[in-house]
Each structure stands twice: as C-alpha cells, then as structure tokens.
Write a protein that binds this ligand. Structure first.
Ligand SMILES: Cc1cc2nc3c(=O)[nH]c(=O)nc-3n(C[C@H](O)[C@H](O)[C@H](O)COP(=O)(O)OP(=O)(O)OC[C@H]3O[C@@H](n4cnc5c(N)ncnc54)[C@H](O)[C@@H]3O)c2cc1C
Length: 408
C-alpha cells in the first residue's frame, strides 16, 4: 500500500498533522493502535502555565525544548490558527494565545489553560467569580463527580452553592453495577426525551441560582446533546470534568478523526506499527501487527506515537527505548536517575523522548532519517506536567511537521 504520508499514532498530534496534510490535498493514512491521551483529557489544552503573556514565557524556555526547535514565530502562528481549525472539525473552543484563562478542575482547583472546550466555564482569574449563587447537580449513584470539592472551590470565592441530585429511571440498568455507571456509558443514553426530562427537572429545581454545573457526561459523538440541554435551561449550564474517560475528550478525538476522514484521510484504528525498513537514511516502509508481511510505503512518515502512556516510549527493567525503530532518544542510562523519589519534584522521565534535528526529523544511530518526522509527546526535552505545555506542544509540532512535508 502506498501513501504520500503515513502517520504513526492517531492522537491529537497525529490527527492534526493528518488534517493539515489532507487539507493540502495530500494522500495520508494514520495507523493508530488505540486510545490516546485525549480520552483522558481535562477538556482544556495548555500552551504553557504562565500568569503573564504565554509567548513571553515560551521565549524563556531552554533551547532544547520543542517550542524553541520550531521557533517562537511558528508557535504563535500555529497556536493562533487552532481555534478556526478545530471549528472546521466541529470542535468549539475558547481562549487566546495572548493570555491564559482558568478552568475548574474535578477536585475544585482553578488551573490555567490556553484553549477550553465549549462545555466548560472559563474564568478570567483564579480568585473572583462572576456569580453569587450556583447550583451543582449530580445523578443519583454517579461517583466520578465530586460536589464537595466544588463546594469548597465556590465557598473560598464567596459563592453560595445549592445541591440537587437527579434520580432517573433511565439510569436503573447502569446503577446495577458500579462499573457501568461511568461517564461514557451515561453519555450514550443522553439523548432526546431524556434530555428534555433532565431540563424539566433543572428548571423546577434551580430557583435563584445564576448558573448550573453538572458532570461532563453529555455528547459522546458530537456536541448536540450539550446544545439541546442548554437550550432548554433558562440559566447558563456548564460542565465539570469527571474522572476518566473524558466524554468531551473522546468526542474531540471522534470529531477530529471524522474531519480527517472527510478530507480524504485514511484512519486505520486498532493496528500497531511494529517495524520498518530504513535504507540510506530513509524510511521506505512500515509493517503492522494486523497486516503481517504487507508493507505500507510512503514518501514521508510522522511518528506521533505519544510518550510512555501510549507506548510511544517503553521502559523495561534495564532501559528506555523507542519500540518501533529503536530511534535515538534522550534518557538517562541508570534506572535510579529516571525518577525522583519526591513525587512532587521534577521527574526526569517526563523529559525523555526521541531526538530530532531542527526540522523535527528523527535520528537513528546518530544520523538523521530524512523522511521520518516526530510530533507531540514522543518528542524529548519537554515536561507537560511541570510546564503545562502538553496540548500546545502536541498541536504546534504537529502543524510544524505537516508544513515541513508540504513545503519540502
Ligand atoms: C492521561 C493524560 C492526560 C492528558 N491531559 C491533557 C490535558 O487535559 N490537556 C493538555 O494540554 N495536555 C494533556 N496531556 C498531555 C498530552 O500528552 C497532550 O495533550 C496530547 O494529547 C498528546 O498527544 P499525542 O498525539 O502526542 O500522543 P497520544 O495522545 O498519546 O497519542 C499517541 C497515539 O499513538 C498510538 N500509538 C502508539 N504506538 C503506536 C504504534 N506502534 N502503532 C500505532 N499507533 C501507536 C497510541 O495508541 C495513541 O493513540 C495529557 C497526557 C496524558 C498522558
């Protein structure tokens, strides 16, 4: 099988580089093993955790950081293009490159963010809120949502809360087992009449609350359930992230995948790229677990296989490696150097990943593989948790490598 570009990994990075290439008329295939970090997403994308201008903070990052590799101008250009690109795929976000906003976490903290999905409330600052009284509404038996933490969040900011629990007959079969009462299972039944019933309950109960917060269990495949419910409630309705899986995150994955396919891209889900042939510093083809001896050929390849979480990197007892090609990586040799005993301290393993040149092309045994690019969390020298850069690196490097291929 022959494509112009083959992308290994269909998470945020793989999908966005695929969309950019397909939009430019390229014949692209994404081969993806399975779930991505989006399935566990907070619903917000982080560019960098900074009180000040995010771009000014990015300018201060170490020269090895992926943002510095692609350059500040590129980060700005790609980051500014994202809301419109997402909108084409039906993903509504708010936020700006110029200034972070805040979002409310499931455990009642205010955390800074660059872009936030339309499901969630965004706050201008972490300390003052625009409401005096809010209603927090949960479903009977749903345990992955924590109203008590939210109570604390609002109380600290001088906002009164009222609580309501909805008991719905439609949930009976889910309530029989605690493992069934999960966000994604609930989201599947949140349609039509049930939404109207919930809206009627909300209208009857919320009294003088200015805004309603509910668990984010609406709209698995598109945002229709969210809009339908909102249109039937007379006050603003926002959602709070639940414990994973993240319904809005899964939806974003589905919407980006659908858009990629609409643009003509081929998405092969549930297959694992397990090796490839590299000749004269060029990747000729890759093999997959499902297709046995059949090779996938392409002019260019993008490695968007994620970090340890998605098996883009593997840690064995003895060493850390990139499992498909055995690419050059940044990683400490001694296991004792991989992590810090203090859970809250900087964790060295977070910065491990593949080494690239300035065009984000991978290296093997010290030599650049001329047509193999890397994007997203598989890249070395970033620390998404400490820096708050996860989504931003995934998105901007994905668009950067797509441009490298388009403009080559
Ligand atoms: C649990 C979790 C939650 C996060 N939440 C947020 C958040 O809320 N906001 C934020 O800004 N950042 C978040 N991050 C940071 C996150 O890394 C980035 O935001 C981003 O989603 C990473 O995208 P990615 O495409 O690089 O990797 P991933 O999302 O990890 O996707 C990699 C994909 O590659 C596939 N794959 C791996 N190996 C192979 C193979 N051999 N063959 C085929 N396919 C393969 C995997 O199955 C997976 O689908 C989170 C990270 C994690 C781990």
């Amino acid at each position: 099988m022959k494509y112009e570009t083959i992308i290994i990994g269909g998470g945020l990075s793989g999908l966005l580089s695929g969309i950019a290439l397909a939009r430019a008329g390229r014949k692209v295939a994404i081969i993806s093993a399975g779930q991505s970090a989006l399935h566990f997403s907070s619903g917000s994308f982080e560019l960098i955790d900074s009180e000040d201008n995010p771009l000014a903070a990015i300018a201060q990052m170490p020269s090895t950081h992926p943002y510095q590799t692609i350059g500040l101008d590129a980060v700005k250009r790609y980051a500014e293009a994202v809301p419109a690109l997402f909108a084409e795929a039906g993903v509504e976000v708010s936020g700006s490159v110029e200034k972070n906003h805040y979002r409310i976490t499931p455990i009642g903290m205010a955390k800074s963010a660059w872009l936030t999905l339309g499901d969630y409330a965004t706050l201008d600052n972490a300390t003052t809120l625009p409401w005096r009284k809010v209603a927090i509404v949960n479903f009977d038996g749903y345990l992955d949502f924590y109203p008590k933490f939210l109570d604390n969040f609002f109380a600290k900011r001088g906002v009164d809360t009222v609580h309501h629990t909805l008991t719905l007959a439609e949930f009976e079969h889910l309530r029989e087992s605690a493992t069934e009462m999960r966000a994604t299972n609930i989201a599947r039944i949140m349609t039509g009449d049930l939404l109207s019933k919930i809206a009627t309950e909300l209208r009857g109960r919320i009294g003088d609350a200015e805004v309603v917060f509910m668990p984010a269990v609406f709209g698995m495949f598109d945002a229709e359930a969210v809009s339908a419910l909102r249109s039937q409630v007379r006050v603003p309705l926002y959602f709070i992230p639940t414990m994973p899986a993240s319904v809005p995150g899964v939806r974003t994955q589905i919407q980006l995948k659908n858009y990629f396919q609409k643009l003509g891209g081929v998405y092969l889900l549930g297959d694992n790229v397990c090796g490839g042939e590299i000749r004269d510093n060029k990747l000729i083809s890759v093999r997959t677990a499902n297709h046995g001896d059949m090779e996938f050929h392409a002019d260019n390849f993008i490695l968007a296989s994620g970090s340890f979480f998605s098996h883009g990197l593997i840690a064995s007892q003895e060493h850390i490696y990139e499992p498909i090609f055995g690419l050059d990586i940044v990683a400490d040799q001694a296991r004792s150097e991989w992590y810090n005993q203090d859970l809250y301290a900087h964790q060295p393993y977070m910065g491990y990943g593949v080494v690239t040149d300035e065009r984000l092309r991978c290296r093997l045994a010290g030599k650049t593989v001329e047509n193999l690019y890397a994007a997203g969390s598989v890249l070395a020298n970033q620390n998404p948790i400490a820096e708050g850069t996860g989504g931003g690196v995934a998105i901007t490097t994905a668009l950067f490598v797509a441009d490298q291929i388009i403009n080559a």
